[in-house]
Design a binder for this molecule. Structure first.
Ligand SMILES: [Zn+2]
Length: 108
């Protein structure tokens, strides 16, 4: 356990971001999800793609599904396209953002 009640290491850098779970006042609760950053062109947020298997009982097979979640990117974290990231659920920060990036593990 580290800062913000998360089981991830706190980033090495510090930041002044109010919406940072490590250095600001943002609380996280709920889901903790791993995914891949597919777009980092937005300012202050990244788009994370999740891939998962969905069981189709009728055919006893699984189909691959994907979904995308926008997540706030605190100033202390560096994320590039293709990086594996962990995102944590937080309060809604905007219409489409209610997750925050808490860890970047680089390209996988
Ligand atoms: Zn920070």
């Amino acid at each position: 356990m580290s800062a913000a009640g998360l089981e991830v290491a706190a980033p090495k850098k510090s930041c002044e971001d109010e919406r940072c779970p490590f250095h600001g006042g943002l609380k996280v609760r709920g889901k903790l999800i791993s995914g891949k950053a597919v777009s980092t062109s937005g300012s202050g947020f990244v788009v994370v793609q999740l891939e998962y298997l969905h069981k189709v009982r009728k055919y006893n097979r699984s189909e691959r599904r994907r979904s995308r979640i926008s997540a706030h990117l605190p100033a202390c974290l560096d994320v590039r396209e293709g990086d594996s990231v962990t995102i944590a659920e937080c309060r809604p920060l905007s219409k489409t953002i209610s997750f925050v990036v808490v860890q970047s593990r680089g390209a996988s």
